[in-house]
Design a protein around this ligand. Structure first.
Ligand SMILES: [Zn+2]
Length: 65
């Protein structure tokens, strides 16, 4: 008897792939690869803009005081 292990994990908001390892940002999930990518990407890189855009979709800063 084999165990059909279908561990899907969570869907990363950046690469939109189900991953097991990553961090939670508010209610969203970013996989380790993307997290590393974001950190290593130069802010002038167009890729960086994409990342930030993806992040903006989930990060809603609540500015209440
Ligand atoms: Zn990812």
């Amino acid at each position: 008897m084999s165990i059909n292990e279908r561990v899907v994990g969570e869907t990363c908001i950046i690469c939109e792939q189900p991953k097991h390892n990553g961090i939670h940002l508010y209610t969203s999930f970013i996989c380790l690869e993307c997290e590393k990518d974001i950190v290593q990407t130069d802010t002038n890189d167009p890729k960086y803009k994409y990342y930030i855009n993806q992040l903006k979709l989930v990060v809603k800063p609540e500015i209440y005081s």
